[in-house]
Design a protein around this ligand. Structure first.
Ligand code: HEC
Ligand code: HEC
Length: 192
């Protein structure tokens, strides 16, 4: 959307920032008429109109903990390479044969090797209706060797809050799409 051509970069940035901020609800306030100063303006321009475009979304390691760079392995092997595509690398480099793996983060854009959120549950429901639950560890990583029948549905659960992936997916290397800036996904898998 819109059906005719791409949105402008400024509009995309505003929208990304809203998503990064956790999609806060707004209120149905009034839009000031075009020639009156905007009461919400920060005053950094003097044209009486809209402010300059907000800065682009940034990527932050919220936990502040970065795991060492491969091939130097972390002391706790299961904390390795949070945010990176686990299964692709295990296939190439001889890691364990996970059937599903990924990392959950507190915000949408976080760099690779940054620790995510511990003690959440990732629930994956296969096409066959079987539900598989994986806990996130100290690095926010989750993984398992169970066979998932695709297309599957996925959600992250904390108590009775959850985030649900709307679209069923085939690929079980979650971080392959849920990268720092998203490749076929909006960004990281986020904690509720
Ligand atoms: C850059 C390549 C690479 C990436 C990315 C990677 N791994 Fe690994 N992983 C390896 C290799 C190689 C080993 C085997 C290391 C060894 O046995 O010394 C391994 C081992 C492991 C082990 C230990 C298995 C055991 O036998 O105890 C776990 C658990 C693991 N990885 C989980 C993950 C998870 C979860 C991710 C994604 C968040 C991930 N890895 C990303 C390369 C990688
Ligand atoms: C082929 C790309 C792709 C793969 C692989 C993928 N996802 Fe997603 N995911 C998306 C897209 C696109 C969205 C946003 C639209 C939607 O919800 O369907 C999303 C959204 C989500 C959300 C909801 C996010 C929110 O903020 O509410 C969760 C949770 C999620 N994914 C978990 C997972 C898990 C767990 C895996 C691995 C088992 C996974 N995803 C694999 C593309 C992918």
């Amino acid at each position: 959307m819109p059906p005719t051509g791409q949105l402008g970069a400024d509009s995309i940035r505003i929208f990304s920032r809203w998503v990064s901020a956790g999609m806060p609800r707004g209120t149905c306030g009034e839009t000031p008429p075009p020639n009156e100063p905007d009461p919400n303006a920060t005053g950094d321009d003097d044209d009486g109109g809209a402010d300059a475009a907000p800065p682009p979304p940034t990527s932050v390691c919220t936990s502040g903990v970065m795991e060492p760079e491969f091939p130097q392995l972390p002391r706790v092997l299961e904390n390795m390479n949070p945010g990176m595509a686990c299964i692709a690398c295990h296939g190439e480099q001889g890691g364990p044969p996970e059937r599903v793996a990924g990392t959950v983060y507190p915000s949408l854009h976080e760099p690779n090797r940054c620790d995510g959120v511990a003690d959440l549950k990732v629930v994956i429901i296969g096409k066959d209706g079987n539900a598989h639950t994986f806990p996130t560890n100290a690095a926010g990583n989750f993984y398992g060797v169970e066979n998932i029948s695709p297309p599957y549905r996925a959600m992250v659960v904390r108590g009775n809050e959850m985030r649900i992936m709307q679209t069923p997916q085939m690929q079980v290397d979650c971080n392959g799409c849920h990268t720092e800036w998203g490749e076929g996904a909006p960004g990281r898998i986020m904690a509720p």
